[in-house]
Design a protein around this ligand. Structure first.
Ligand code: FAD
Length: 500
C-alpha cells in the first residue's frame, strides 16, 4: 500500500494545477516543491492569458483555439487575479500588411470561446487616445482583447485549494531520488535538511525547466522527448502612458514585444526569446536584452525608453518541446504529456512545455491519462472558482467599494490591491478590525502584520521574498529597511509557531 496515490514534483502552475484537480477528484496527493511555490518560471511570465495571436502564423490552431476558450474560463474562475485587457496593435508600414493583421484578428475573434471579451476594432491612431504615446508615423491600428493574470498568485491559490481538498503541499522539499518499485514509486526527499522516504502509486514530473534533469538524474530514465530551454526577459519602467490598454509591437526580426500597464504606475515590457544553458534557478536579464527591449519599445513610443529608466528586470526560462524549429520564437508552445508505464508498473507522467493560460486543461488531460491507473473522479474545475473568486467576473469594483465601506481606513488603492489579491477572502484577513493600528506592524505603506500572518498561515509563505515577490508584487515598493523588518517579523512568528 503506497503512502499516496499521486506524487507531483514541482510547485509551478502545472504541478499546482494538477494537484488541485487530482485532490478534487478524490486522490490522495503530495506536491513537492524544492523552493517556494511559483519560484520557477511561473512567477516570471508576461502574465497574459492569451490565445497567442502570433501562433496563428505557425498554424498552431489547436493551441490557439484551446487557449482562447480557456481565457474566459480563467477570468470567470479567478475574477480577482485576472482582468480583461485590450491590446493595441499598430500597423507598421514595413512589416505585416494591414490585410494580414485584419485576417489574423478575425480568426482570433472567431476561433472560439469569446463571450465576455469585446471583439476587434480598427482605430485611427491619429485621433484615438491610444495613438497619443506613439510616434506620428503610426496612423492605423487595431484593438483586440486578451487577458491578464497574476501568475504567481494563480499558482498559490491552486495549491491552497488543493490543500483545502486534502492534498499535502510540501515546499522547501526537494526530490533527490526516485525508484520505481513495481507498482509504486519510492521517493527520497530532502525536506529542509532531513531525509524522508515516501511511496506513491503514480508520479508526475512537472519540474518545468528542471524536468529533463529530474528525468535523467533523479529518476534515471531515458529522456523521451527533446526539449529546449528558452530564456525570456522583461523590464519594468515608470508608467509610459496614462490609459489602461496594452501594446503589442511587431519587430523587424519577426518577434513581438508587449508593453503592459503594471502595478498601478509602471509599464512592463517583454519579452526576448534566447536559447538558455545553465541553472534555470538563476536566469537574469542581460544588458543586451535590456537594450533590445528598450530599442523595440522606442521604435514605437514617441519618447524613447532608455536602459537607465529600468527600475526592475526579470527573466524566466521555459522548457519547450523541441519540434525541430530552428528559431526559439518558432518553437511550439503546445504542451506534451508523456506517459511511461508497462503492465503492473507505476506510471510516470512528464509535462513538457505549456503555458499559464492552458494549465487547467493540461491538468485535466493529465488526469485523463492517469485514469487508467488510478480511480479518478469526473472533471470538475471548468466552473469551480479559485479561493476568493466566488464573485462575478466584473465584480472587482463592487467588492472594492464594499471593502472601503467595511474598513473605511483603507485607501482606494490598498482596498483594490487586497480585493485583487484575495477576492472575497479579504474578510478573513481584515475581520472586524475598526482601526488601522489593529492590523499591527507595517512594512512599507500597505503591508501589515495581519496580512503577513494570513500569508504564513494559509498561503505557505515563509520568507520576505515569498511575501514581496510571489504572494504580492510589493517588492517593487517596499524599501530595504521595511524588508529587513518583515524578515525579522516572519522569523519571530515562525519560531513562536514552532514553540507552540
Ligand atoms: P515552473 O513554474 O518552472 O515550475 C517547476 C517547479 O519545479 C519549480 O518551482 C522548481 O523549483 C520545481 N522543481 C524542480 N526540480 C525539483 C525537485 N527536484 N524537487 C522539487 N521541486 C523541483 N504563459 C502564458 O500563458 N502567458 C504568458 O504571458 C507567458 N509568458 C511567458 C514569458 C516567459 C519569459 C516565459 C519563460 C514563459 C511564459 N509563459 C507564459 C509560459 C509559462 O510561464 C510556463 O509555461 C509555466 O510557468 C511553466 O510552469 P511549470 O509549472 O511547468 O514550471
Amino acid at each position: 500500500m503506497a503512502d499516496v496515490d499521486l506524487a507531483i514534483i514541482g510547485g509551478g502552475i502545472n504541478g499546482a494545477g494538477i494537484a488541485r484537480d487530482a485532490a478534487g477528484r478524490g486522490l490522495s496527493v503530495l506536491l513537492i516543491e524544492q523552493n517556494d511555490l511559483a519560484s520557477g518560471t511561473s512567477s516570471k511570465s508576461t502574465k497574459l492569458i492569451h490565445g497567442g495571436l502570433r501562433y496563428l502564423e505557425v498554424y498552431a490552431f489547436r493551441l490557439v483555439h484551446e487557449a482562447l476558450i480557456e481565457r474566459e474560463v480563467l477570468i470567470r474562475n479567478a475574477p480577482h487575479l485576472t482582468r480583461p485587457l485590450r491590446f493595441v496593435l499598430p500597423h507598421h508600414s514595413g512589416l505585416r500588411p494591414a490585410w494580414m493583421l485584419r485576417l489574423g484578428l478575425f480568426l482570433y475573434d472567431h476561433l472560439g470561446g469569446r463571450h465576455i471579451l469585446p471583439g476587434t476594432e480598427a482605430v485611427d491612431l491619429t485621433h484615438h487616445v491610444v495613438g497619443e504615446p506613439l510616434k506620428r508615423t503610426f496612423r492605423q491600428g487595431f484593438i483586440y482583447s486578451d487577458g491578464w493574470v497574476d501568475d504567481s498568485r494563480l499558482v498559490v491559490l491552486n495549491a491552497v485549494d488543493a490543500a483545502e481538498r486534502g492534498a499535502t503541499i510540501r515546499t522547501r522539499t526537494k526530490l533527490t531520488r526516485a525508484d520505481r518499485e513495481g507498482s509504486h514509486w519510492q521517493l527520497v526527499l530532502n525536506a529542509r535538511g532531513n531525509r524522508e522516504v515516501v511511496t506513491a502509486r503514480a508520479l508526475v514530473n512537472a519540474a518545468g525547466p528542471w524536468a529533463p534533469d529530474v528525468t535523467e538524474h533523479l529518476l534515471r530514465q531515458q529522456p523521451t522527448a527533446h526539449v529546449r530551454l528558452i530564456k525570456g526577459s522583461h523590464i519594468v519602467v515608470p508608467r509610459l502612458y496614462e490609459h489602461d490598454h496594452a501594446y503589442i509591437f511587431q519587430n523587424a526580426d519577426g518577434r513581438i514585444v508587449f508593453a503592459i500597464p503594471y502595478e498601478r504606475d509602471l509599464t512592463l515590457i517583454g519579452t526576448t526569446d534566447i536559447d538558455f544553458k545553465g541553472d534555470p534557478a538563476a536566469p537574469a536579464a542581460s544588458a543586451e536584452e535590456i537594450t533590445y527591449l528598450c530599442a523595440a519599445a522606442s521604435a514605437y513610443f514617441r519618447h524613447p525608453v532608455l536602459p537607465d529608466q529600468v527600475v526592475y528586470a526579470f527573466a524566466g526560462v521555459r522548457q519547450l518541446y523541441d519540434d525541430g524549429a530552428s528559431r526559439a520564437k518558432d518553437l511550439t508552445r503546445e504542451y506534451v504529456l508523456d506517459l511511461q508505464a508497462r503492465a503492473g508498473q507505476a506510471p510516470l507522467l512528464t509535462v513538457y512545455g505549456g503555458k499559464i493560460t492552458t494549465y487547467r486543461r493540461l491538468a485535466e488531460t493529465a488526469l485523463r491519462r492517469l485514469a487508467r491507473y488510478l480511480k479518478v473522479g469526473a472533471p470538475w474545475t471548468a466552473d469551480a472558482p479559485l479561493p476568493g473568486g466566488e464573485f462575478p467576473y466584473d465584480g472587482v469594483e463592487a467588492l472594492t467599494a464594499r471593502a472601503r465601506g467595511l474598513w473605511p481606513f483603507l485607501t482606494e488603492a490598498n482596498a483594490r490591491r487586497l480585493v485583487r489579491a484575495y477576492g472575497t477572502r479579504v474578510d478573513r484577513i481584515l475581520g472586524d478590525a475598526r482601526r488601522p493600528e489593529q492590523l499591527g506592524e507595517r512594512f512599507g505603506d500597505e503591508l501589515t502584520a495581519t496580512e503577513v500572518r494570513y500569508l504564513m498561515r494559509h498561503e505557505f509563505a515563509e520568507t520576505s521574498d515569498d511575501v514581496l515577490w510571489r504572494r504580492s508584487k510589493l517588492g517593487l515598493r517596499v524599501g530595504a529597511e521595511a524588508e529587513a523588518a518583515l524578515t525579522r517579523f516572519m522569523e519571530a512568528s515562525a519560531s513562536r509557531t514552532a514553540a507552540e
